[in-house]
Structure formats: C-alpha cells, structure tokens
Ligand binder design. Structure first.
Ligand code: NAP
Length: 290
C-alpha cells in the first residue's frame, strides 16, 4: 500500500521534494508557516492543510523539512502542532521523518518523546542542495529501525537517487553534520584561494580555469564556478544554514570529544558572512567575508 504523506516545510528544499513526491504518484498533504508558499503545490495536486495537526491526521508519515530544532518543535508541539494534543494529528503507529538538518542529540531526544505517543522517528537529512532536490537526485542519509527505513524507501527514492541507512535514529544526522564540515571547508578554501590570488594581482577567471583543469576539480567547485565568476550568489544552500550546521558540528565535537579545528574556524567565517547581511545568499558568499 502506498504511503499517505504529510509534508511540513515548503522552503527551497521542501517545495522541490514535494513536487517529486506528487510526480511519483504519492498522496501528499502540505502545510507551511507561510501558507502562500503551498499554492503551486496545491495546483500540482497536493492537499492543503492550515495546521500541522490537520496535515498529519490520518497520514502514515509526517515529513519535516524545516530550518532547525526550533522550527521542528513548533511544527510538532506548538499550537496546531502535529503531535501537540492527544487524539489530534499523527496517529499511533505513525512515522515522523525528520529530513531537516538538526543535531543528532535533538533527534535522539525527539525519538524518545515520540515513542511515548506510539510514533517512530527516522532522521533522514539529505546530501545535495536545490538542484539535486529539483532533479530528485538527493542522497538520503537515514537513521532508524531497518524495517521502517525499508518501508520508507519508495518515498525516499521519489526524492533522491540513493538511500544510505547510517545506523539507528540519530546516525543520519551525525553523517550530515560531518559531511557539511567537509563542504564548508572546501568552499571556504576555494574562496580563500581566489581572494589570495586576486590580492596578488591575478585574474579570477584565470584562477577558476587553473583549478577546474587540474586534479582538484570536482562537481561542487564546478557548481560554484558561475557564482564566483559573476560575483553573484543566489542561494542554492543559504549561508545562514551553513552557519547553523557548522555550529552543530562544534557542539557534537564537545559532546563526543572529537577534534574539530576546521568546524571552529568555519563557525566564525560563516557567522561573519551572515553578519554582513549575506545569510540568504549562497554559502559561496563566504568570499565576501574574506
Ligand atoms: P528554507 O528555504 O529556509 O525553508 C525553511 C522552512 O522552515 C520554511 O518552510 C519555513 O517556513 C520553515 N520554518 C522556519 N522556522 C519555522 C518555525 N519557527 N515554525 C514553522 N516553520 C518554520 O530552508 P531550506 O533550504 O529548504 O532547508 C531546509 C532544511 O534542509 C534545513 O535544515 C537545511 O539545513 C537543510 N538542507 C538545505 C539544503 C539546501 O541546499 N538548501 C541542502 C541540504 C539540507 P516559512 O516558509 O514560513 O519561512
């Protein structure tokens, strides 16, 4: 039987992901704090729900694609929340799939809170940004019981090209936050290299050609090439989200005792980018902070 899905969070990522769920034939009810954003999805066949409780009622799965922990708390437990009151919203046996990037510790605590209500949490953050979300080529990093992740796999494969079960609930978030330290470091290094060369009198286009012709060329740097070339940074992955994610990495490093010197540096760099008013720009705008 096909899963009946409720989806909360119609931002850059959520909107594209719901389009792909609808195209794959899933029955989806959407809800969003800013209700207007649901319009194009309703036109494409989604049901609209004014509140998360209304969206989740009678559904098998509630997907969250929200900014961070505060937004998840608001959608689940706030007024009109999906699990805010007894007998409302998601029923017993329901599954919450948290695809937002949040700390693993948040998801493990949330799993216990939901279990008390008979619901299961799977954390399933994604690797890939706006374009892969639109193309349905995200990589889904899932944490949760094997059989539940298997049951969700057809839904995941409507939004992504690959599902990696990283372990029990929380493991997907450990993977995601770790991956984003690599992502943030690669872009900060690319931006620093361009600034250093420019300060020494080099032309930016020539430097891009050198990097992209050599062994350091990769899909990420190629994707960011036009942004650096045009010195314009429309958001694929907003700098404010990178600033949030590297802070989660630093917190995780304190919790686990891992060394995280790059993550510490990245918090300063991406927070500076946000402080310059560039939080809604792509994280490649870190070059402006340099
Ligand atoms: P976004 O465009 O900023 O959308 C954020 C969503 O969260 C919106 O639907 C927003 O509602 C909702 N929200 C924020 N605060 C809320 C609150 N207090 N109560 C209820 N809803 C709230 O973000 P995005 O780029 O789609 O990213 C979503 C998640 O995916 C984030 O965790 C991000 O780190 C992660 N991610 C993003 C990318 C990327 O490239 N963009 C890639 C991988 C992972 P409104 O519409 O009302 O503001």
């Amino acid at each position: 039987m096909s899963l009946r899905i409720a989806f909360a969070g119609l931002g850059i990522m959520g909107t594209a992901m719901v389009k792909n769920l609808l195209a794959a034939g899933f029955d989806v009810a959407v809800t969003n704090r800013t209700a207007d954003k649901a319009g194009p999805l309703v036109a494409a066949g989604a049901a609209f729900a004014a509140t998360p409780a209304e969206a989740a009622a009678g559904r098998d799965v509630l997907v969250l694609m929200l900014t961070g922990p505060e937004a998840c708390d608001a959608v689940l437990f706030g007024p009109g929340g999906a699990v805010a009151g007894p007998g409302q919203g998601l029923g017993p046996g329901g599954v919450v799939v948290n695809m937002s990037t949040v700390p693993a510790s948040y998801n493990t605590a949330l799993a216990a809170r939901l279990a008390a209500r008979g619901a299961t949490l799977v954390d399933a953050p994604v690797s890939g940004s706006k374009k892969p979300a639109e193309e349905g080529t995200l990589v889904i990093l899932a944490g949760g019981p094997q059989e539940v992740v298997e049951r969700l796999t057809p839904m995941f494969l409507a939004m992504g090209k690959k599902v990696v079960r990283c372990g029990e609930t929380g493991a997907g978030s450990v993977m995601k936050v770790s991956v984003n330290v690599l992502l943030g470091t690669m872009l900060a290094g690319f931006a620093e290299m361009l600034r250093l060369g420019e300060a020494g009198g080099l032309d930016r286009r020539t430097m891009l050609d050198v990097v992209l012709a050599g062994p350091m060329a990769n899909d990420l740097l190629r994707m960011k090439e036009p942004l650096f070339e045009n010195d314009a940074y429309p958001a694929q992955f907003p700098a404010k989200h990178m600033a949030k994610d590297v802070k989660f990495a630093v917190d995780a490093a304190y919790e686990t005792g891992a060394a995280a010197p790059c993550a510490h540096m990245l918090v300063q760099l991406y927070r500076r980018t946000v402080a310059l008013g560039l939080g809604d720009d792509d994280f490649a705008a870190v070059i402006r902070a340099l």
